[in-house]
Design a protein around this ligand. Structure first.
Ligand code: ZN
Length: 280
């Protein structure tokens, strides 16, 4: 009897590890199934939700890299759509950078919307469009600069009209230095620059060249003054922060476009971009 009891005891002791590990395995499987179920039975989504997926870092990359214009993809709602840009990226060299809307040749005539000249990645200018710096825009700028001086800011327009040929030289230089993909991030291709209109003014503050054509200009007192007052003189900040997908350009707190006092004031008060204002 005693020996049989101790035999059974030993046998039960041997079984314990199997029962325990079996329970743990069942619990893990139940957890996994529940987790996937919570993520709409989508394996990719479940993995992403655990924080193991590369997709997690992508939005920041997209903010930095892309300059897409007029693309309103509801990427977040469709996990499948989110993967497409990664696949398409190597094609940039062939079909043009994101944001350029596939114009292989420049148009014969410039685009006007309600009498306002448009130059963007969607609506490039003819290579022959060469008006020089706008006298009206220059006069308005001088008026603004005089007013700024009274507040203690010595403004400088460090880049205004750029001809098609000059933009070609600039762009080609950037491409040979950094490669086309990188150059497309910060430079317009020839025909696509608003500076070719003669109505775009890159504004900075004298003796503060370190903020020229930098986002940091927006944080300076002079930059804030221009942002808050430019519309009174007919200028709008053409590429505001957070509107990259609409304008096709990253935030440029130094780049102002002359559109006339009335339109500038309306656009400024609406807190919007030219694209949104004209529903282009
Ligand atoms: Zn500019």
């Amino acid at each position: 009897m005693q020996s049989r009891q101790s035999f059974l005891k030993k046998k039960n002791q041997k079984k314990w590890p199997y029962i325990v590990s079996g329970c743990i395995a069942a619990a893990i499987i139940a957890l996994i199934v529940t987790w996937i179920g919570l993520n709409d039975w989508n394996i990719d989504k479940s993995i992403a939700a655990l924080g193991l997926s590369n997709d997690k870092g992508k939005p920041t990359t997209e903010e930095k890299v892309d300059e897409p214009a007029m693309e309103e993809n509801d990427e977040k709602e469709q996990p499948a759509a989110e993967e497409e840009p990664v696949v398409e990226e190597p094609e940039i060299d062939l079909s043009g950078a994101k944001g350029y809307v596939g114009h292989e040749t420049l148009p014969e005539e410039p685009k006007y919307v309600e009498g306002v000249l448009i130059a963007s990645k969607t609506y490039p200018l003819p290579s022959t469009y060469a008006p020089g710096e706008s006298k009206e825009a220059r006069a308005a700028y001088e008026e603004m600069a005089a007013e700024a001086k009274l507040s203690g800011y010595n403004l400088v327009a460090f880049s205004t009209y750029r001809s098609f040929d000059y933009q070609t030289q600039l762009y080609n230089k950037y491409v040979s230095n950094d490669g086309q993909e990188e150059a497309d991030r910060y430079s317009a291709r020839p025909g696509y620059s608003e500076h070719q209109t003669g109505l775009a003014f890159d504004i900075g503050e004298q003796h503060f060249e370190q903020h020229f054509a930098r986002e940091s200009f927006g944080e300076t007192e002079a930059g804030k003054w221009v942002a808050a007052n430019a519309h009174k003189y007919g200028f709008i900040m053409r590429y505001p922060n957070g509107k990259e997908k609409i304008t096709g350009y990253m935030y440029e707190p130094w780049h102002f476009r002359y559109v006339g006092e009335q339109l500038a004031t309306e656009v400024y008060k609406a807190g919007t971009t030219l694209e949104e204002y004209f529903e282009m």
